[in-house]
Design a protein around this ligand. Structure first.
Ligand code: IVH
Length: 714
C-alpha cells in the first residue's frame, strides 16, 4: 500500500478543503498550494488507476485538476515535470529511436501441464544441488498478454520508456509511457537506496475497453482491432501521445531488470526475494498483480500447479487478457545461482493456458449487408473447435482486412478466439500454399441485392467500409427492421431478430411501418404461436407505439444518429416532421449536434420514401410528437436526492433496477456503480450482499430500504 489509512484520511480531508476553497487554503503560499494540489491529485489517481476504487467523483477530481492547471498557467516557472498536468506535453512526440536496455529483456521457456511444471521443479533442484524432496518456494503471477515495456527511473523521476524490441535494444517511447495513467511520473526509489532502476512490465488494455473501442470504430466506419493485445501494442507505437492517452492503456509491473545505488553498486542485492521487490513497487504506487488473488507465493510446486489450474478456470471472468501464468523462483540468490540462457532465465517458466488458436481451411467468402448498407465479408471455413465452440463463420470486417492479410480461398488460416471476444483470422499460412488458392475478388456491385438492377458499391473517403447506396433493397430493410424493434430502438418486447426474419419470409414485413400492421390472425395460425403469444406480441407493439419521439428517431437507422443526438433533437421540436424542414444552421445551433449528424438527418428526410414511411407509421398509431420524456428536463434543485450519489443493490420488489435508477435520476440523484467513499445513499433490496457490508463498514453511507426510498421520492 502506498498510503497508510491515516494518510488517506488526511489526504481526503485536505482535498475537501481545496474543493471548498477554505480560508485556510487561501492563506497558503502559491508554492505550497501547487505542491499540495499535486500531492492530492497523485493520490486520487492512485485510488482510481491502481486501487480501482476512487474516493472522489470525477467532477471533484476535475476541479482539483483545474485548480492546479490555473495556478500553473499563472506561474509557469513553478511547474514540476512530474506534475499530473504534464503527462501529455504538446511538443514532445515519439520517433522511436533505438535504445539499449540496461540488461537484456529475456523471454520465457514454456510449459503446458502439471508434468511440465514438475519437471521444471526437478530441474531447478538439480541445478541448485537441492534435494528432490525439499521444497522450493515459487512466486506465481498472471502472464499478461500485451506489449512488454521497460521503464527507467533516475533520481526518482521517470526518465525513459522503451518497448522490448529484440531484447537487447528497444524503441524509445517515453512520451507514450508518460500518458499511461497507472505509470507514476515520479516514485521515491531513493528511500530504498536506489538511484537508477529499470522496471519491466506489460502494457495491456481491459477486454471491455477493447470492445468499446471497436464498437466506436465500427460505428465510425474505421477498421477494427483484432484483439486486446494488438490494441495495446499498437497503442504503444502511435506517434501522437494524445491519441495514446485516449486509448486507456494500463501497465502492470512484474520485475526489476536493473537497479543501482548512488555509488553505482548493484541494488538488486537489497532484495532477498522477488516478492520483496513487488512489495516495494506496490508501496511506490505502481500497479502490480494483487497478492492472494492475482498472484501467490506458493511454498512448493504442488501449490503452483493448483494455483495455475484454478486460475485457468476463472480466466474468462478476468478483466484482462491473460495467456498463462509465470512461475518464478522467489529467492533472489537462488535465481542468481540458476542464471539464464541467452533466451530465458533458468529460474522461471511460463505455464501456457490451453490454446485458443486453431487452423482450418478458408472455403468461401459470403457477404452481409447492414442497416446502413455496409457490406461485411464473412469467411466460411471448415468447421473447427476452438476453446469449446465450433466455428465455421468468421467476420473479415472489410476489404482492407482481406488485402492486408492477403487471404485467399483455399488457404489454411490460423484462427484465434481471445477471451469472450469473437473469433478472428490471425493470418494465412502462406508456406502451405500449393498454388491452387484463389484470390478473393472484392465485389464491385452489391452482392446481396434483392432487386434486378445492378447496384455499384461506394466507399467514402476515410472510411474502411464499402456501402450499398440502394436504400430500396430489401436486404437493408430487413436489417433496419431488426434494429427498429430492438432494445436500443423501439424496444418491442418479445419481437427479436428471429420473428422479424420469419415475418419477412412470409412477406408480412417489408418496411418498418409494417411492424404496426401485422396480420395477427394469420400469425396465430402459425406453428409455435398460440393466441396467448400473439396477444402478448400485439400488446408489446401497441405499447411501443406510445414511445417517446427520441426512440422513433433512433429506430430509423440514420447513420451516426444515436440515443444522445436523438434526445437532443427530440427536445427541440413538437413533432418529428418539423425536422424535415430544418436547415444545416438549425441543426448546428444545437449544442453537441455536429455537421455529420446534421448532414445525415437532412439526407434521410430528403428521401421521399422515408418521409412516406413516417407518415404511414403515424397513421398506424406510432407517436411522432414530443412526449414528457422528450422534453428538456429542468434540473431538479431541491429535495432529499439533489446532488447525492446513489446505488441500488439486491433484488427490488416493486420496480426494476432500471426504473429505480430513472426515478432517482429524475429526483436529482446521480447513479453510480460501486460502493466507495463517494457513495451517499445505498438502497437495499432483498438478498443484498457484499455491497451492503462494504457500505456499513464505511459508515458514511445512508442506507435505505426500497420502501423508504419510494416514500422519499413521493
Ligand atoms: S517475467 C526475466 N512476468 O511474457 C523474466 N513476463 O515470454 C522474463 N510477460 O515478453 C519475464 N506477464 O513481456 C514476466 N508476470 C510476468 C509477465 C511476463 C507477461 C511477458 C513479458 C515477456 C513474455 C515472456
Amino acid at each position: 500500500m502506498k498510503y497508510s489509512s491515516a494518510e488517506q484520511k488526511s489526504l481526503v480531508a485536505r482535498s475537501k478543503a481545496y474543493l471548498a476553497k477554505t480560508d485556510e487554503v487561501a492563506k497558503q503560499t502559491v508554492v505550497d498550494q501547487m505542491s499540495q494540489l499535486q500531492e492530492l491529485i497523485v493520490f486520487h489517481e492512485w485510488r482510481y488507476y491502481i486501487q480501482n476504487d476512487p474516493l472522489l467523483s470525477d467532477f471533484e477530481y476535475d476541479q482539483l485538476f483545474k485548480q492546479l492547471e490555473a495556478l500553473e498557467a499563472a506561474h509557469p516557472e513553478l511547474v514540476r515535470p512530474d506534475s499530473p498536468t504534464q503527462r501529455v506535453s504538446s511538443d514532445v512526440g515519439n520517433d522511436f529511436p533505438s535504445v539499449d536496455h540496461l540488461t537484456p529483456m529475456l523471454s520465457l521457456a514454456n510449459s503446458y501441464n502439471a508434468e511440465d511444471l514438475q519437471e521444471f521443479d526437478q530441474q531447478v533442484k538439480r541445478m541448485l544441488n537441492i534435494d528432490a524432496d525439499q521444497d522450493i518456494a515459487y512466486a506465481v503471477e498472471p502472464k499478461f498478454d500485451g506489449g512488454s515495456i521497460a521503464l527507467v527511473y533516475e533520481n526518482d523521476q521517470l526518465a525513459r520508456g522503451a518497448t522490448r524490441g529484440n531484447g537487447q535494444q528497444g524503441e524509445e517511447m517515453t512520451a507514450n509511457a508518460r500518458v499511461i495513467r497507472s505509470v507514476p511520473l515520479s516514485a521515491e526509489f531513493s528511500k530504498h537506496n536506489i538511484a537508477k532502476v529499470e522496471l519491466r512490465g506489460e502494457v495491456i488494455i481491459r477486454k471491455d475497453r477493447f470492445e468499446d473501442i471497436n464498437r466506436k470504430r465500427q460505428e465510425a466506419g474505421l477498421s477494427l482491432f483484432a484483439n486486446p493485445r494488438n490494441t495495446a501494442t499498437g497503442g504503444l507505437r502511435m506517434k501522437d501521445p494524445k491519441e495514446v492517452a485516449e486509448r486507456g492503456l494500463e501497465a502492470f509491473l512484474y520485475t526489476l531488470g536493473f537497479a543501482e545505488d548512488a555509488n553505482g553498486n548493484n541494488a538488486l542485492e537489497n532484495f532477498d526475494t522477488h516478492y520483496e521487490s513487488l512489495y516495494m513497487l506496490a508501496k511506490l504506487g505502481f500497479k502490480v498483480p494483487t497478492d492472494g488473488t492475482e498472484r501467490k507465493l506458493c511454498k512448493n510446486i504442488a501449490e503452483v500447479v493448483d494455483f495455475c489450474v484454478n486460475w485457468e478456470k476463472g480466466r474468462e471472468a478476468y478483466p484482462y487478457e491473460v495467456d498463462g501464468m509465470v512461475v518464478k523462483v522467489n529467492d533472489r540468490r537462488l535465481q542468481e545461482r540458476a542464471g539464464h540462457t541467452s533466451h530465458h532465465p533458468r529460474w522461471a517458466i511460463a505455464y501456457k493456458f490451453a490454446a485458443k488458436q486453431a487452423t482450418t481451411t478458408l472455403l468461401d467468402v459470403e457477404y452481409q449487408v447492414g442497416k446502413i448498407g455496409t457490406i461485411t465479408p464473412v469467411a466460411k471455413t471448415e468447421p473447427v473447435s476452438l476453446a469449446g465452440v465450433t466455428i465455421s463463420s468468421i467476420s473479415l470486417h472489410n476489404e482492407d482486412f482481406i488485402n492486408e492479410k492477403d487471404l485467399r480461398i483455399g488457404d489454411q488460416v490460423l484462427i484465434e478466439r481471445a477471451g469472450d471476444v469473437i473469433p478472428y483470422i490471425v493470418k494465412a499460412m502462406d508456406d502451405l500454399r500449393d498454388g491452387s488458392e484463389q484470390p478473393i475478388e472484392w465485389p464491385k456491385n452489391c452482392p446481396i441485392n434483392f432487386t434486378e438492377e445492378v447496384i455499384e458499391l461506394i466507399r467514402e473517403e476515410g472510411e474502411a467500409a464499402w456501402r450499398c447506396p440502394n436504400c430500396v433493397c430489401g436486404a437493408q430493410d430487413l436489417q433496419r427492421i431488426i434494429f427498429h424493434v430492438s432494445k436500443a430502438a423501439m424496444d418491442i418486447d418479445g419481437m427479436g431478430r428471429r420473428y422479424v426474419e420469419l415475418f419477412y419470409e412470409y412477406g408480412w414485413l417489408r418496411t418498418m411501418a409494417d411492424v404496426y400492421r401485422l396480420p395477427y390472425d394469420e400469425i396465430a395460425q402459425m406453428e409455435g404461436f398460440g393466441s396467448k403469444s400473439v396477444e402478448n406480441l400485439r400488446s408489446s407493439i401497441e405499447q411501443a407505439k406510445l414511445s417517446p419521439m427520441w426512440r422513433v428517431l433512433v429506430s430509423l437507422s440514420v447513420h451516426h444518429l444515436g440515443k444522445r443526438s436523438a434526445k437532443l433533437l427530440a427536445a427541440e421540436v413538437d413533432h418529428m416532421m418539423e425536422l424535415a424542414d430544418w436547415t444545416e444552421e438549425d441543426f448546428l445551433a444545437i449544442k453537441d449536434i455536429g455537421p455529420t449528424v446534421a448532414k445525415n438527418v437532412m439526407a434521410w428526410f430528403g428521401v421521399q420514401r422515408n418521409v412516406q414511411q413516417l407518415r404511414l407509421m403515424e397513421e398506424l398509431g406510432v407517436n411522432l410528437s414530443q412526449t414528457e420524456d422528450d422534453k428538456p428536463k429542468a434540473a431538479v434543485t431541491e429535495g432529499p436526492f439533489v446532488g447525492k450519489t446513489i446505488l441500488f443493490t439486491g433484488s427490488l420488489q416493486q420496480m426494476s433496477r432500471k426504473e429505480a435508477q430513472e426515478k432517482a435520476a429524475a429526483a436529482g440523484a446521480k447513479n453510480i456503480s460501486a460502493v466507495s467513499g463517494n457513495l451517499n445513499i445505498l438502497v437495499v433490496g432483498e438478498k443484498a450482499g457484499s455491497k451492503l457490508k462494504k457500505a456499513q463498514a464505511l459508515g458514511t453511507v445512508e442506507i435505505l430500504t426500497e420502501e423508504e426510498f419510494l416514500a422519499l421520492i413521493g
